[in-house]
Write a protein that binds this ligand. Sequence first.
Ligand code: GDP
Length: 327
Amino acid sequence: MRALITGITGQDGGHLAELLHEKGYEIFGLIRGQHNPRRQAVEAEFPYVTLIEGDLADPTSIVRAVEIAQPDELYNLAAISHVGYSFKNPTLTAEVTGKGVLNVLEAVRLAGLAEKTKVYQASTSEMFGGLDYNRPGRGYNEESLFHPRSPYGVAKLYGHWIAKNYRESYGMFVSCGILFNHEGERRGVEFVTRKITHAVARIKAGLQDHIELGDLWPKRDWGYAGDYVRGMWQMVQHGTPDDFVLASGETHSIEEFLDLAFAEIGIDDWKPYVQQNPAFMRPAEVDILLGDPAKAEGVLGWKREVDFPGLVKLMVAHDLNLVGAAG
Ligand code: GDP
């Protein structure tokens, strides 16, 4: 089996490359830009991945990548994926995160692979936006209303619908995973979970004495990325293309994340170590996200293995190792 992963330098790209390698896939990864600073790291960590240069915003480069890879499965994970950043770069976000999906789907068609290549589109819980919280206590599912609250969420919603449109218009196998926040040791430090665990480890090591954050009350449904890429693969193996929510079914505030993360280094009261900085607040906030993974669990047999305390623990342990403060 041959797989093409866009977004190979990202968190999910790394987890997925590992999973597909274990399963014996020949893996191709789309990598962006001249002198991409992450190229060397990817080459070192995943020597079995063949890198192809290309950019989601450049349709011809995607056609070329698809022609080279001739993929049985294409995982479109590439995106400008940071909500805060998308407010500052909304046009670029629309171009890459939104229209980039169209470029991928058209590339598959133009390469004559519409019948062969199964496509996974990385949709997101940010499409829900936390306003039409119409299933209190049970969480958003595949039938819930969308109301994105950021340029990122709006761009992803375009990607979601164009993916469904190609499924319906051309009979292509295109499945959309509506994934709630998924974190882990590969998460970028621009996301709040990793920012916290990285800072906690550095505080333990005496490398910094506080952390600056935005709002602490928002709640997220956090899971482990390794569990979620397994769900992506299961969606592509399923007999028919469809949409599936992957979530933990629990929601926790950033304050709760801080409680658990600081407890790992023996600090019960984190307040002296946390300063609020408006620079990390957003023009519009998603107050609460909670997902209902019942369909993925029932239809695909997907199950997460890492729970919320387990996630915090593994991330802090990883970062303590990273800064040399473990044990
Ligand atoms: P998101 O849910 O995709 O936006 O993932 P993030 O990890 O970027 O943000 C999760 C939540 O943490 C959001 O409600 C942010 O507003 C909130 N937050 C609070 N402080 C910070 C911060 O310093 N950085 C980030 N990235 N988010 C923060």
